[in-house]
Ligand binder design. Sequence first.
Ligand code: SF4
Length: 167
Amino acid sequence: MRYENYPLWILLVSNSLSLAIYLIGSLIVVRLGLPWLLIYLAFLLLLEFRLLKESCINCYYYGKRCAFGKGKLSCLFFKRGQGTENFAKREIRWIEIVPDMLVSFAPIIIGIILLVIHFDWILLLLIMILFLLSSIGNGFVRGSLACKYCKQQEIGCPAAKLFDKKR
Ligand code: SF4
């Protein structure tokens, strides 16, 4: 079974996970000072903007409710792109998803360095929660809630192709 429009509870779970990762990442980065937090938040916004403007416009869920709700958001700001076949043909390389991985990796690395400089149980807890959410949490949401029911994946998805290559 593939969803034409994903149920709202899946959007709630997937976006709660993203917001939790963004929040904990921010709580770690802000320990470097406010300017670094602002840089991190600007980076997150840039990634969201890039997704809506470059990927969602060509996705099957453009204008529809995907697992993340961004198909609906994208059509508010951007015109339809060249469509699902174009999306399916696209090849992405690991280097292109490094920015997405930095969302959690950068705060984790910053946190570990800060821990070495001055040990702090709360910081250790934040790092561990962020690691679990960005690894197991993302794996669950993408594997069990999003990609499994995705019509675009059925047509062809560059991210699915990339991760399949890794398996
Ligand atoms: S499935 Fe992904 S690419 Fe497609 S609309 Fe949703 S967020 Fe955008």
